[in-house]
Design a protein around this ligand. Sequence first.
Ligand code: B1M
Length: 209
Amino acid sequence: MDLNQLSLTVQKGSTAKVKELVSDALAQNVSPTEILNEGLIQAMAVVGEKFKNNEVYVPEMLMAAKAMNAGMQVLEPILTATGVKPIGKAVIGTVKGDLHDIGKNLVRMMLKGAGIEMYDLGIDVSAQAFLNKAKEVGADMVCLSALLTTTMPYMDSVIKEFEKDGVRSQFVFMIGGAPVSETYAKTIKADYYAEDAVVAVDVAKKILA
Ligand code: B1M
């Protein structure tokens, strides 16, 4: 299976064809990890680079993202399949002002696959919404995603909201997203930083073991 063809199809934003190619790859026993890394995620890296160089614009970026999400939907049942009893609960969302959801969706799927009950608040999520949901479901973890340097500081606002409410110590915070770093996590006193969805699973298993 030529995963480069899948990557090019995502870049073009051909949603139906992406679904078909992902299904074909699975039928040919290509691993979901390979499909993700070499077909889907690789495509977004190319689109991001082209956007930076003014070779593509927001509409093309959006179409590629839709195609990528469609491909991920085909993989979702496999990534989230788990026979184990839930080991914990987590609330996840992309912080206020930020509309990027592909990385967050991937982290959600992989955590679900690791046996964690996931509550996804979506994109553009306020600190109050994180706090309300975490308390309502009795979450163990609160997972924050941000893709923009301008929205990353809102992660600090979320943690401060929990502090203000007097419940900060009841929850473990994991943060991630392209501009986020270990150093930034320390600065805002988040408990863990995960650079990608695989590391996020390792971290969650360590916390909830
Ligand atoms: Co946007 N965008 N975008 N965009 N976009 C970036 C992020 C950018 C880097 C592009 C570029 O310039 N090269 C740039 C940000 C620059 C910066 O701040 N440093 C950018 C910009 C500027 C913008 C706009 C401002 C453009 C504009 O309007 N002028 C605008 C902002 C809108 C907003 O949010 N308010 C915008 C809009 C969009 C679209 C809506 C068109 C679309 C998103 C659609 C969607 O998500 N449904 C979009 C896209 C697609 C991108 C790129 C091309 C791809 C992002 C992506 O999905 N990557 C991106 C360029 C790039 O990343 N190379 C770009 C694939 C995904 C799997 O990776 O999300 O990084 P990622 O997730 C990783 C890790 O980061 C980590 O795990 C994941 C993988 O394992 N991770 C976590 C993520 N969350 C985690 C949470 C965790 C742990 C790990 O724990 C809780």
